[in-house]
Design a protein around this ligand. Structure first.
Ligand SMILES: Nc1ncnc2c1ncn2[C@@H]1O[C@H](COP(=O)(O)OP(=O)(O)OP(=O)(O)O)[C@@H](O)[C@H]1O
Ligand SMILES: O=P(O)(O)OC[C@H]1O[C@H](OP(=O)(O)OP(=O)(O)O)[C@H](O)[C@@H]1O
Ligand SMILES: O=C(O)c1cccnc1
Ligand SMILES: [Mg+2]
Length: 556
């Protein structure tokens, strides 16, 4: 038995009225058991890029496996449908499940391109129609935010630590849980969201708040810290940090005369007390938020004093977080200070103390900060990112669609004035064809019954809408759609039955996918377009359907 969807609100009633009324109309027309095939796909990648990371599949499968209307749901539907709706319909709804549904999908975490079906859903028309909105709700945001995270990762590079801090700014509790899960999938390292950590095993992490710093009023408060009996800490930790601050002051002019005039004597004592107390609470993970009063005149020297006191007791401080101001300038100043401390006081490794930057960061800020880094080294080691990441500020929605492509073996089409929105009919299989250099060359859609392309044999790939065509000789052929659900089995099909991959495995798979694509397709700005093609046979069927179903206009 597959677990229920993570969010208990994901039920058969998390649907839209028009699907239930449509289901009734199918039922009245005697069409409800027609064998239908729907494709879930997107037409345009988000954020002006070329790719999307597909996410949300596992939640769709959980939904399918547990699909059905409870009595209370049926009672509610009866109350909102017209009174003449036949009682027998509600009786039939009660019996509905996904035991005659078959689902093929591209594995979660795959880098995907427009028009290629991400999920192919076949089954009785009314059942698969009722899945539409919930599937879209489960895939759209998941894929959007996973793609956003993947783009942030691409600009940041693999060495930076990326922390997701979005809970307070996300679109509600479910938005935040989904954001934390799918940002991790897309390449983030940690979340601050404990519930996401508990539910999905996303590593949790974080620093501390400004309030902790400003809650302190003087150095004497350090003496009030609880000391446990086995702690190595001296009761006089306050004296120790003051000693180290004096030492820094004595060295200060030689450190900074060349960089900037800095007045260590002005460091804020209550901030020093806060840092000291935090270090007593977390001697092994001490990371201080240094911008409450003044980063270079107070926060950084105070941090160093506490870090050196910790060092003298055998501990290693972790670092600082910068949360305002010019993050490039300040991180360079802080890095220079750390290096000077290392050299002057002979503290090996102190120059590499971690610097985390936060404050309304997005992919452009990361890009700018990376470019502004001095050529010798990157000053910033990681980013804490909330609002712009989880709200997908740059593009707040992904437009995945769910369209009927076949009924009882007949291809179906939806025509639109906007050519990008015309659906490609027929039950399809899709292949990714790789070239000699190991990169993917093209995604090819074919009719399901066509034989798969063969390695080293030329395959004619046609542009779906125009006369462009190309022969591709693949070195590797990867079928994209795999069977995940065969309803009659009542469980995931054999290949996936053991278990779906863990979130961590999906994240690693996604990382490999991103690394394996040609870098110019992955560029965040002005990427090269990636080819998505159709076979000659699918092209013919598509254009015949377009010709047959499209109205003939009359011009006068
Ligand atoms: N060197 C930089 N290059 C590009 N963007 C930067 C750089 N330094 C900071 N930023 C960005 O500039 C913006 C600064 O915003 P803002 O002026 O509101 O910050 P602040 O006043 O320093 O902080 P706060 O209001 O939180 O105290 C932030 O979005 C930040 O991520
Ligand atoms: O900036 P974001 O990308 O959303 O990242 C999360 C932010 O949340 C916290 O502060 P908050 O914004 O609540 O308050 P502050 O900016 O006034 O410190 C934190 O200090 C970050 O700045
Ligand atoms: O851990 C942090 O520093 C944090 C977490 C959430 C939001 N802002 C900061
Ligand atoms: Mg803020």
């Amino acid at each position: 038995m597959i677990a229920r969807p993570t969010n208990p609100m994901v039920s058969s009633l998390l649907n839209e009225m028009y699907h239930v009324t449509t289901a009734y109309a199918y039922w009245k027309a005697g069409k409800h058991l027609d064998r239908a095939v729907f494709d879930l796909c997107h037409c345009k990648p988000p954020f002006g890029g070329e790719f999307t990371v597909f996410a949300g599949l596992e939640e769709c499968l959980r939904f399918v496996a547990n699909f059905g209307f409870e009595d209370s749901g049926i009672d509610y539907l009866r109350s909102v449908m017209p009174s003449y709706v036949e009682e027998e319909f509600f009786g039939s709804l009660k019996e509905l499940d996904c035991s005659r549904v078959i689902i093929h999908a591209i594995p979660e975490g795959t880098v995907v391109f427009p028009r290629v079906p991400l999920i192919r859903i076949e089954g009785p028309l009314w059942v698969v129609q009722l899945l539409e909105t919930t599937f879209l709700a489960l895939v759209n945001y998941a894929s959007l935010v996973a793609t956003n995270a993947a783009r942030y990762r691409l600009v940041a590079g693999s060495s930076k630590v990326l922390l997701e801090f979005g809970l307070r700014r996300a679109q509600g509790p479910d938005g935040s849980i989904s954001a934390s899960k799918y940002c991790y999938l897309g390449g983030f390292d940690f979340t601050s969201n404990l519930e996401a950590g508990r539910l999905f095993g996303v590593p949790v992490g974080g620093t501390h708040s400004h309030a902790f710093v400003s809650s302190f009023m003087g150095l004497d408060e350090i003496a009030l810290s609880r000391t446990s009996e086995n702690t190595k800490f001296c009761k006089d930790f306050g004296t120790r940090i003051q000693h180290w601050l004096s030492k820094l002051k004595a060295k200060f002019y030689s450190f900074f005369s060349a960089v900037e005039s800095l007045h260590v004597k002005e460091t804020n004592e209550s901030e020093l007390a806060a840092f000291g107390s935090y270090a007593l609470a977390f001697p092994e993970g001490f990371l201080a938020l240094v911008d409450t009063y003044d980063v270079m005149k107070s926060g950084v020297p105070n941090f160093c004093a506490v870090a050196l006191a910790l060092h003298s007791l055998g501990y290693k401080a972790r670092g600082i977080r910068l949360d305002s101001g010019d993050l490039s300038y300040l991180s360079k100043q802080a890095r220079a200070f750390f290096r000077n401390v290392e050299e002057e006081l002979n503290i090996s490794g102190f120059g590499n103390t971690t610097i985390i930057a936060s404050n309304d960061i997005n992919e452009d800020t990361i890009d700018a900060l990376t470019k502004q880094a001095s050529s010798s080294a990157d000053e910033i080691n990681g980013f804490g990112i909330g609002t712009q990441l989880v709200t997908c500020y740059k593009q707040p929605a992904l437009g995945c669609i769910y369209k009927l492509v076949e009924v009882n073996g007949h291809s179906r089409i939806k025509i639109s004035e906007d050519v990008a929105k015309v659906t490609i009919p027929c039950k399809k299989q899709c292949y990714r064809l790789y070239g000699e250099q190991g990169f993917a060359l093209v995604d090819l859609m074919q009719k399901d019954e066509e034989p798969a392309p063969q390695v080293d044999e030329p395959v004619l790939c046609r542009h779906p809408f125009n006369l462009n065509k190309v022969y591709v000789v693949p070195k590797r052929v990867e079928p994209l759609l795999q069977c995940y659900w065969k309803g009659s089995l009542g469980k995931l099909v054999k290949i996936h039955q053991k278990e779906l991959p863990s979130l961590k495995e999906t994240r690693e798979y996604c990382r490999q996918q991103l690394a394996a694509m040609r870098p110019d397709h992955m560029r965040i700005r002005s990427p090269t377009s990636y080819k998505v093609s159709v076979s000659a046979q699918l092209y013919d069927d598509f254009h015949t359907a377009l010709f047959n179903e499209g109205p003939v206009k009359e011009l006068r």
